[in-house]
Write a protein that binds this ligand. Structure first.
Ligand code: SF4
Ligand code: SF4
Length: 68
């Protein structure tokens, strides 16, 4: 699972980076979020729920299966 990012909506607040339990997200040089570790993302969508600007979402319409 890789969260979808609407780069132009991201204001670089870093909330999603802070709340991501897998530390999968980071801010780039322009203070826009990117998925630094796509393999670490569990698809929990905490980033999507926390982003005040709807700039990121891991809720692609699929149900998240357990990782095991
Ligand atoms: S879906 Fe969860 S694990 Fe993946 S980037 Fe968002 S907060 Fe992190
Ligand atoms: S919470 Fe939203 S606006 Fe803030 S850095 Fe993450 S994607 Fe960008």
């Amino acid at each position: 699972m890789i969260p979808k990012i609407k780069r132009q909506w991201c204001k670089g607040c870093g909330i999603c980076v802070e709340f991501c339990p897998k530390k999968a997200l980071a801010l780039d040089d322009e203070r826009k979020v990117y998925v630094a570790k796509p393999e670490a993302c569990s698809g929990c969508n905490l980033c999507g729920m926390r982003c005040p600007d709807f700039a990121i979402s891991a809720d692609g319409g699929e149900k998240n299966e357990r990782d095991e």
